[in-house]
Design a protein around this ligand. Structure first.
Ligand code: NAD
Length: 260
């Protein structure tokens, strides 16, 4: 049902973004893949989108911490798909764990640039054509950290709360235009970002990776990680007619974590 739609998914060379791009492509959407990664791996990824889903898939690089790269990404995207972006998924993100006294200002600024400013810019750049078509979906990957805090994650928690604020503000501003804006708030998802945190725990505490992983999953009553496909399918749901009047929402998918 998304055949002919164009989806731009930031941070889709890996993890959750790739999962979301796959779910959208499996429903027929053409996809723009962005993020960092090895050239060969990206070529293979694009080929797999074409062969698995028979859609167009293009890669556009850039460092989304830099406003000029964000502008260039949008320009290239419209060059590749002149009809414009129908589905914008602001997903690229980074984590940094450190006590506030030692939290580097440049890392804080990078987190805000990537997880708040780039989504703002891309939303701004895509809005005109979405409004003209009378249909658009903006989905921002926030986190349970958009709702609840934990020690040593000031930058991440502030950025993910900020992204929820952006989501709500955009939603109410464009309500009724056919463009919706919602947030996806995952709990623990087993991606490279999650794996690195489990590895760091293991190293810091002298425990095994499995123990570090189990410690992280302990916060989720299900004790099971969220799968990237679960999130991709949630984005498909938001792009379906079920999402027509769903806007300004935060869809929490966390094995019950925030409910505890
Ligand atoms: P990941 O590390 O697997 O993927 C991150 C993606 O963002 C990659 O494609 C990477 O290249 C890209 N990226 C990073 N910095 C970038 C930059 N400066 N410019 C352009 N692209 C950049 O991580 P993930 O777990 O898939 O995370 C995706 C999103 O989901 C993030 O916003 C993250 O905060 C959020 N999230 C993750 C979890 C989890 O448990 N993994 C939980 C909640 C929310």
């Amino acid at each position: 049902f998304l055949s002919g739609r164009v989806a731009l998914v930031t941070g889709s060379t890996s993890g959750i973004g790739e999962g979301i791009a796959r779910s959208l492509a499996s429903r027929g959407a053409n996809v723009i893949i962005t993020g960092f990664g090895d050239e060969q791996a990206i070529t293979k990824l694009l080929e797999s989108f074409k062969s698995d889903y028979n859609v167009e898939a293009v890669f556009i690089g850039g460092d989304l911490c830099k406003p000029e790269d964000v502008t260039a990404l949008h320009k290239e995207a419209v060059k590749a798909f002149p009809s414009g972006i129908d589905i914008l998924v602001n997903n690229a993100g980074i984590q940094h764990v450190s006590p506030i006294e030692e939290f580097p200002l440049d890392v804080w600024n990078k987190m805000m640039a990537l997880m708040v400013t780039a989504p703002f810019q891309l939303t701004q750049l895509c809005m005109d054509s979405m409004k003209k078509k009378g249909w658009g979906r903006i989905i921002n990957t926030s986190s349970v950290r958009g709702h609840i805090a934990s020690p040593n994650k000031t930058g991440y928690t502030a950025a993910k709360h900020g992204l929820l604020g952006l989501t709500k503000a955009v939603a109410v501003e464009v309500a009724g235009s056919g463009v919706t804006c919602n947030a996806l708030c995952p709990g623990c998802v087993e991606t490279p970002l999650f794996v690195k945190q489990a590895e760091d725990r293991a190293k810091d505490q002298g425990i095994t990776y499995e123990e570090g992983r189990a410690q992280m999953l302990a916060v989720q009553p299900s004790k099971q990680p969220v799968l990237v496909n679960d999130l991709g399918e949630a984005v498909v749901f938001m792009c379906s007619s079920a999402g027509n009047q769903m806007t300004g929402q935060s869809l929490i998918i966390d094995g019950g974590w925030v409910a505890t």
